[in-house]
Ligand binder design. Structure first.
Ligand code: GDP
Length: 367
């Protein structure tokens, strides 16, 4: 018997042999690197794909636009610039109503009507400034629009959760540009009927649609006045079953209330209609009204005038927002702000003097 033959009897044997083994799979999951790759398009490539109507790339561009990261923002802004010449060719419609008014049911029904009967492509966006608090917006949530979310001619995007209403609204406005460049000819911007967000939506749409309910007692409430004045159309939902009469009565009351307001600058007398989103009754009439409004305002020049004044408004909004961010994010201000705040709270200094001192510090730092 030859002892050497046995591996362990070999004088060279070190006891702990390291086998060569098989080739190991990569440590990084290839699917994860795939995911990472989504941000490596150049702005020109993003634009090209968006222009082809590539929904996946459109979504990714919107995600970049919503990102807080500087490098994402830089790419997103370039994509927006490049898409701008291809934007504008759509009807932008704001849709508002209190929770439970039937916004999602209606948008689902409107969307399917527009796609099937009017050969349109629809993007549904949302503005919900409360979404940061509630950790994700329910507005624009795909599960709320069952039919539409499965349709290839529809693009649904929930509200960006970006904090301030101004920030959220700006992002939605920029998303409109990308959607239009991707060939969506109808844009819905949804919001809840509870206050300031309506004004933001109003500042980016051509037609403002207010969904109301019968019998909620707010037909004549002063609170709704501001919102009613912004509306180009008021539609009373749930006009079905034994609710039809009540809905018609509410519509008549809205019509009367509207007559008390002066004619809006568009010269368009807002219309009031009843419908049922759930049973899909009266939907076609609503879109006849929107088409009529478009033809009317294109002819009298108001459409262009409104878009121009919105563009101007957004330029100033954008300047204001960036100035404000720059001020609050500059290190000297961040440090000093807390000190000044304490002094104001302890009544050691007036609010105005504190503000002036802060601004002096800021401008001195800029020199
Ligand atoms: P949202 O909160 O404004 O989005 O309202 P939803 O679309 O979620 O609707 C609220 C509730 O009203 C749901 O239970 C719907 O089924 C119901 N609803 C919506 N539209 C109609 C309608 O046209 N008729 C009836 N009877 N119910 C409706």
């Amino acid at each position: 018997m030859n002892f050497i033959e046995h591996l362990e009897n070999d004088p060279q044997y070190a006891g702990l042999n390291v086998n060569k083994g098989i080739a190991q799979p990569p440590v990084i999951n290839p699917y994860l690197t795939e995911r990472k790759k989504r941000y490596i398009y150049t702005p020109a490539e993003y634009t090209e794909e968006i222009r082809k109507g590539n929904i996946t790339v459109l979504s990714q561009a919107v995600t970049l636009l919503e990102s807080q990261k500087q490098e994402h923002q830089a790419v997103a802004q370039e994509v927006i610039e490049k898409c701008l010449p291809f934007s504008g060719n759509s009807v932008r419609i704001g849709i508002t109503g209190v929770p439970g008014a039937g916004k999602s049911t209606s948008i689902d029904a409107f969307g399917m009507h527009l796609i099937h009967h009017r050969n349109r492509k629809l993007a549904v966006l949302a503005i919900d400034p409360s979404s940061e608090r509630s950790k994700g917006s329910i507005l624009g949530d795909k599960t709320r629009m069952e039919e539409l979310s499965r349709n290839a001619k529809a693009f649904i995007r929930p509200s960006p959760a970006a904090g301030s209403l101004g920030g959220v609204a700006r992002k939605t406005r920029e998303t409109i540009i990308l959607c239009e460049a991707a060939g969506f000819d109808t844009i819905f911007v949804e919001t809840v009927g509870v206050g300031q967000s309506e004004t933001a939506v109003h500042s980016m749409v051509d037609f403002f649609l207010l969904i109301q309910l019968a019998g909620t007692g707010d037909e004549l409430q002063g609170i709704k006045r501001g919102i009613m004045e912004m509306a180009d159309g008021i539609i009373v939902n749930k006009a079905d079953g034994n609710n039809i009469e009540k809905a018609q009565l509410a519509a008549a009351q809205y019509r009367n209330a509207l007559h008390l307001f002066p004619l809006p600058p568009s010269n368009w007398m807002p219309k009031v209609m009843t419908y049922s989103g759930y049973y899909q009754l009266g939907i076609s009439e609503i879109w006849d009204m929107v088409d009529e409004y478009m033809a009317f305002t294109c002819k009298n020049g108001y459409f262009e005038q409104r878009r121009n004044s919105q563009a101007k408004y957004w330029m100033y909004e954008s300047i204001n927002e960036q100035l404000k961010n720059h001020f609050y994010q500059s290190p000297v201000i961040e440090k000093e702000l807390q000190v000044k705040e304490m002094q104001v709270l302890r009544s050691e200094i007036s609010s105005f003097a504190a503000a002036k001192q802060m601004l002096d510090i800021y401008f001195k730092d800029r020199k």
